[in-house]
Every structure is written in structure tokens, then in C-alpha cells.
Ligand binder design. Structure first.
Ligand code: AMP
Ligand code: GLY
Length: 423
């Protein structure tokens, strides 16, 4: 089978690495890809939201399966585009239809879904710009910290957590009246602050049945000790030591089952990954958010632990036969450490040469923001590459990643050296 992966990050290189091991694969394409995917697949320089260009490639290359990495094309309706086109409707698309992708595309929609299906989440109220006065009054009635969320996609920046009431009121005004996040903040969700430890849960569904993938924990802050600005993710581990059987059972019963049933009841067509951002409050799980894709860098530790042929799994998803497949998981711990450009998540330089990748021996190098130019591998983003290792526990895995990172260098390379400090 010829397969196309859409996207260009560490998640997509990991998908490519795993799909490349499949006996069902004939030829693999990645659009637009990075220097890592160029090594194992054919990169195609098209934008992830250019559906017409994607269509041309799918037809020209006889592609039978499209795996969508990032949320943007899903929220923009790439799956529906395929279903509605007579030339494309038989192509398998891994990723939900537009209506279902609204679970990530609109926080308000996701909140209503959770309330309707009795799924534990923070209590909330939402406000439009016409309701700014009500919103400001509502802030007077609740306790800090104040959690303000832009309803729409804001490239991971749309959530503000504020200690002072004045600041919260100012930010609410900025979001609703001054369009701080553009259209994304034309509606703002204000929600109860939940205090606990976060983890990421991934489910693969064909819309009827589902498989629960290994859980993971990512490290979001740039600085050691979980300080400083939020990033896309500085590293991850799987499994999550504090998610014991009892807790995982609660996640299944209270969150995963009602989510899948809710999708069915609400007729939200879903063939793909659901990423449930969880927070453990005391011993109980609550949903922080839904994403309609795999997480990054969580993918770099979740997929390596799946022993199945990934294309067989995806084929079962496409055909609605996921119940016929048994998921096989590697019991070992996987860890990943993200190497980032100096300055990230603020301003940073691109185009810096990366050396030493080929000296890495007992870890897997997943490229994120890299590009191939005249035979050299250059940085091309804030998050540059993820170094994944296996170990008996997270300490052994992380040690291996840290040892191997010593081989790699580029000017102003930075990474967190304290991952796992909180476990
Ligand atoms: P999100 O963009 O929805 O992932 O939110 C970004 C981050 O904000 C989450 O990873 C949490 O750390 C934090 N967050 C979101 N909602 C809440 C909440 N209700 N209580 C506490 N922290 C939250
Ligand atoms: N690591 C969090 C995300 O992918 O959104």
C-alpha cells in the first residue's frame, strides 16, 4: 500500500518510522516532512492545508491511505474533503471528520460534549464579546487562579492562568474585545482551576470500537523544575508511574467509555486518534482538553511501545474492524528528551547545522524542526529533535537519552536535564 503522512514534526517522523516497519507498506510519502522523514520516505513540499495539492499527489502516486498528523487540516475538514470527492472517497483517512474535530477546534463545543455525556471536567461558563460585562461580573464571583481559554485554535497559546483579578479582567477584555487571539478568542471559556498532575491518554477508534494506547506524561515548561514559559513539549515518558491500575480503570469507566459512546450518540464520525489531556486531582481523573490527533512529544514514546504493525491497525480503523485486532504493548519504559533551539519558545534562529546524529547508538533520533540542505541537516524550528530510549524504568531510559545527546550538537542547543524530577 502507498501511504501519505501529513505533517512535519517529531510526531510525523515517528509515524513514518513505525509505518516504515510495516509489511503492508509499498511506498511512503510525507508532506511536507523534515530531514528525518526524507531518510525513510519521499518528502513532498506542500502545505498541510492545501487539500487540492494533496488530492493531486494522492491520485498521481496511487495513495490508498492518508494519516493526518496535526489538528489544523482535521479541523479544516480534510476527512470530509476526501469523502465528498468521487476520486478520493475510497482512500482511507486516519483522522476524524470536521464535526468530530471540533472537539479540539472549539473548547466550548468540547465542554458541552463533556457535560452532555457526564464526563468529569472543570466547571465553566463561556462568554462572547456581547457578554463582556457578564464575563467581568462572573470573574468577581470566583476564586483565583483564573483560567481563561480562547475557544478556537490558538497554536497552543490560547490558555491563560492568572492569579490576580485585575489581570484576569484585563485579559478577558483583550481576548473578547481586542481579539488577542483573533477569531479564536471571539468566545472565551472561563473555567474552574484544577490542581493536580497532568498526563496524556491516547485512544485509537474506528467509531465503534477502540484501543487504549499507553499513557504518557509530557513536560511542557521550558525551564528546569517546570518553570518558565510553556512550550510544545520538552520531553515525555511512558508509562506514567503514578497512573496505577485503579486510576487507569477510573479513566476507562468515567472518561474513555462515555467519550466513545458520546461520539456515537452525537453522530460524530471518528476514525483516528483521540488525545485526552487529563489531570489527576487527588485520586480522580478530570479532562482538561480533547485533541483530535496524537501528541508531540508523546508520540515519540507511545508509538515505539506498540508492537503491532501500525498499518494493520490503521487498516482495521478504516474498515471498522478494530475489534478484530489485539493490541500488543512493549512493557519497557520509553523516554524522550527534546533538543530545542536557543531562545525557544520565544525568538530563535533557524538554519543552524546539526552534527553528530550518526554517532547516536542506543537511542532513536526523531527529527522535528529539521531540514535537509545540500547534504547537511539544519535546524528549521524551535523544537529540533527528540531522542527516544527504552529502559527498565524512566530513570534508565532518560540516562540513555542523556548519554546519547552528548554526541549531538548545534549552536545554542538547549534541553532540560531534569526530566522525571517530579516522579
Ligand atoms: P490546553 O491548551 O487546554 O492544553 O491548556 C494548557 C494548559 O493549561 C494545560 O496543559 C494545563 O496545564 C493548564 N490548564 C488548562 N485548564 C486548566 C484547569 N481547568 N485547571 C488547571 N490548569 C489548567
Ligand atoms: N504535547 C502536547 C500536545 O501535543 O498538544
Amino acid at each position: 500500500m502507498n501511504i501519505l503522512i501529513i505533517g512535519s514534526g517529531g510526531r510525523e517522523h515517528t509515524l513514518a518510522w513505525k509505518i516504515n516497519q510495516s509489511s503492508k507498506l509499498e511506498k511512503l510519502f510525507v508532506a511536507p516532512g523534515n530531514a528525518g522523514t526524507a531518510d525513510i520516505a519521499q518528502n513532498i513540499a506542500i502545505d498541510v492545508n492545501d487539500f487540492e495539492a494533496i488530492k493531486q499527489i494522492v491520485i498521481a502516486e496511487g495513495i490508498e491511505m492518508v494519516v493526518v498528523g496535526p489538528e489544523d487540516p482535521l479541523v479544516n475538514g480534510i476527512h470530509d474533503f476526501f469523502l465528498q470527492d468521487s476520486d478520493l472517497k475510497y482512500v482511507s483517512v486516519i483522522g476524524p471528520a470536521k464535526m468530530a474535530a471540533t472537539l479540539e477546534g472549539s473548547k466550548e463545543f468540547a465542554k458541552q460534549f463533556m457535560i452532555r455525556h457526564n464526563i468529569p471536567t472543570a466547571s465553566y461558563k463561556s462568554f462572547t464579546s456581547d457578554e463582556i460585562e457578564e464575563g467581568l461580573q462572573f470573574l468577581d464571583t470566583i476564586k483565583p487562579p483564573y483560567v481563561l481559554k480562547a475557544d478556537g485554535l490558538a497554536a497552543g497559546k490560547g490558555v491563560l492562568i492568572l492569579e490576580s483579578l485585575d489581570k484576569a479582567k484585563k485579559e478577558l477584555r483583550d481576548m473578547l474585545v481586542n481579539a488577542k487571539f483573533g477569531d479564536a478568542s471571539s468566545v472565551v471559556v472561563i473555567e474552574e482551576f484544577l490542581s493536580g498532575i497532568e498526563l496524556s491518554c491516547f485512544v485509537l477508534t474506528d467509531g465503534e470500537d477502540y484501543k487504549v494506547l499507553p499513557m504518557a506524561k509530557d513536560y511542557k515548561r521550558i525551564g528546569e523544575g517546570d518553570t518558565g514559559l510553556n512550550t510544545g513539549g520538552m520531553g515525555a515518558i511512558s508509562p506514567v508511574p503514578f497512573a496505577n491500575d485503579e486510576f487507569v480503570d477510573k479513566v476507562h469507566e468515567r472518561i474513555i467509555k462515555p467519550t466513545i459512546e458520546g461520539l456515537r450518540k452525537d453522530q460524530l464520525p471518528y476514525k483516528g486518534f483521540i488525545f485526552i489531556g487529563l489531570i489527576k486531582v487527588g485520586d480522580d481523573p478530570f479532562v482538561i482538553e480533547y485533541n483530535v490527533r496524537l501528541g508531540d512529544p508523546e508520540t515519540e514514546v507511545v508509538l515505539p511501545r506498540i508492537k503491532n504493525d501500525l498499518v494493520e491497525l490503521f487498516d482495521a480503523v478504516a474498515k471498522g474492524k478494530l475489534n478484530s485486532v489485539e493490541l500488543e504493548i512493549d512493557e519497557r519504559t520509553a523516554t524522550t528528551v527534546m533538543l530545542v533551539s536557543g531562545g525557544y519558545p520565544q525568538a530563535y534562529k533557524k538554519g543552524i547545522e546539526i552534527n553528530g546524529i550518526h554517532d547516536v547508538e542506543s537511542s532513536i533520533v526523531f527529527h522535528a524542526g529539521t531540514q535537509l540542505k545540500e547534504g547537511k541537516i539544519l535546524t528549521n524550528g524551535g523544537r529540533v529533535m527528540a531522542i527516544t530510549s527504552f529502559g527498565r524504568d524512566f530513570r534508565e531510559g532518560l540516562n540513555k537519552s542523556y548519554q546519547n545527546i552528548k554526541n549531538i550538537n548545534f549552536d545554542k542547543m538547549y534541553y532540560r536535564k531534569d526530566l522525571g524530577f517530579d516522579l
